[in-house]
Write a protein that binds this ligand. Structure first.
Ligand code: BG6
Length: 485
């Protein structure tokens, strides 16, 4: 169960079923990702991929292969050419599945298993809206397709605590928790997992990672894109559920956790879970909800929509390590830049010995550790130096590590690819456990019950300016920092 130790291990033989195979996620991530895994020799020796969708989206095998090829051409790291593609393509099949008529899928799985031989495992990827989870899970149970099988479930896992608990009960009525992989693709990012290596493998950083040395933490994920035609999903979901409850809280778990005793799924998830247990219930007064101007005019969006396309909030973790250290989280659509950063603000040392004129720092930053976790990612330590010259003048400088300068990208797997591989290997380290997500919804309840009104912001900015400044006072947002996306 060592997530980092089986990088070159291949999973046992599998039949991989994608529900929602004609949808956006399958096209952008899953089909290109599976092909990249196949081309890298990381899929099992024996496998078949069955795309599935309701009967109104029916395709022949050949049409599905064409669809997958287009997806790889448009979005894939590995281009669909040569023998690698021919071989992958021959393993692709399509079968429609409806809750009241699962036979085409049941037959397709049986044919695939026969083609592979032996007793391959089954893995079902639910790339469908949360409203469809229940009926798909029920169908897998009724048809016994759930035997010898695991299930990958997309976010959001529920909309609030009661719906999350209900969903957990439905899933657990068919699958044991050890077969459930709640996927959050941020945890598949190299630079997010590297937070653990950075923290726990370095004597330089580990000792300062606490309230004695860190004044505040920022997890900042602005996006330049708008909702990109996803109105029906976004109107129901909003940024808080789409990004904060999922991706940003998972990153927070890695930044804030205590050292796990081993890199096993249980230790890692136990430590992450303890962080959420120690989180204070969210205070709506410490939350800024925003909506970009023009959102209400997008096709499929209500003219009086109250859905937030932006959220910034303060989170407090009441434990020995973090008591008194605010965590500021921010994410939004149509913002000035696409960035994915964690910033640790270090407490300022006593600067008395330096003449006041040496400390012209109002507009400077200093003593920050910045982790940019967008692939391929970099880390920057900012500190003060003496400017050369006869006077003692302080100047901020940087030490930077860049993944792209130090490692070959060819070894890299995209977040989804890494996680699909881990799920087939049966390692749950990088997946969310039911108690974690239930506690997160519990923490979110005061905000969901009492959301502040949305504040408008212009597309291409950093969000509603004054409320954001008030939220983070006396600190300041690290972004923008001059780095290009
Ligand atoms: C998805 C969200 O999970 O993550 C999107 O639904 C968001 O709204 C996306 O844009 C961001 O992911 P990435 O791969 O760009 O980091």
């Amino acid at each position: 169960m060592q997530s980092n130790n089986h990088a070159t291990k291949r999973p046992e033989d599998h039949v991989i079923v994608i529900f929602g195979a004609t949808g956006d996620l399958a096209k952008r991530k899953l089909l290109p990702g599976l092909f990249h895994l196949a081309k890298s020799g990381l899929l099992p020796a024996g496998y078949r991929v069955i795309g599935s969708a309701p009967h109104d989206c029916i395709m022949t095998d050949n049409e599905f292969r064409g669809h997958a090829k287009d997806a790889c051409l448009q979005f894939g790291l590995a281009k669909p050419t040569g023998t690698a593609w021919k071989e992958f393509e021959s393993k692709l099949h399509f079968a429609c599945s409806d809750a009241d008529n699962p036979k085409p899928l049941v037959d397709a799985v049986a044919r695939a298993e026969e083609g592979i031989g032996g007793t391959p495992k089954r893995i079902f990827h639910l790339a469908v809206p949360p409203s469809a989870f229940g009926s798909v899970i029920g169908m897998l149970g009724n048809t016994k397709l759930s035997q010898n099988a695991s299930v990958i479930i997309e976010k959001p896992f529920g909309y609030d605590l009661p719906s999350c608990q209900q969903l957990s009960a439905t899933v657990h009525s068919v699958f044991g928790e050890e077969h459930v992989f709640r996927i959050d693709h941020f945890l598949g990012k190299e630079s997010v997992e590297n937070i653990l290596a950075f923290r726990f493998a370095n004597g330089l950083f580990e000792p300062i990672w606490n309230r004695d040395h860190i004044s505040h933490v920022q997890i900042d994920v602005p996006e330049h894109i708008s909702i990109e035609g996803r109105a029906s999903f976004f109107e129901k979901t909003g940024t808080f559920r789409d990004m904060i409850v999922t991706h940003l809280f998972q990153v927070l778990g890695f930044v804030a956790m205590e050292p796990p005793t081993t890199f096993s799924a249980k230790s890692l998830r136990d430590e992450k879970s303890k962080v959420y247990q120690a989180m204070r219930l969210l205070d709506p007064a410490k939350v800024v909800r925003g909506q970009y101007a023009g959102y209400r005019g997008e096709q499929g969006v209500a003219a009086d929509s109250d859905t937030e396309t932006f959220t910034a909030l303060r989170v407090d973790i009441d434990n020995w390590r973090w008591s008194g250290v605010p965590f500021y989280l921010r994410s939004g659509k149509s913002m000035a830049q696409r960035r994915q950063t964690v910033t640790l603000g270090l407490k300022e040392p006593v600067l008395r010995m330096f003449p006041v004129t040496a400390r012209t720092r109002q507009d400077q930053r200093s003593n920050e550790v910045v982790i940019d976790f967008d692939d391929p990612g970099w880390i920057c330590v900012q500190f003060m130096t003496k400017q050369p010259g006869p006077q003692m003048r302080l100047k901020e400088v940087e030490m930077v590590f860049k993944y792209s300068d130090s490692f070959h990208r060819m070894h890299e797997l995209e977040g989804y690819e890494r996680l699909i591989l881990e799920a087939m290997l049966g390692d749950q380290s990088l997946f969310t456990r039911s108690d974690e997500i239930e506690r997160i919804w519990e923490v979110a309840t005061p905000l969901l019950d009492n959301p502040p009104p949305v504040e408008f912001y212009e597309p291409g900015t950093w969000g509603p300016e004054q409320p954001l400044r008030n939220l983070i006072h006396p600190y300041r947002w690290h972004l923008p920092d001059g780095h290009k996306d």
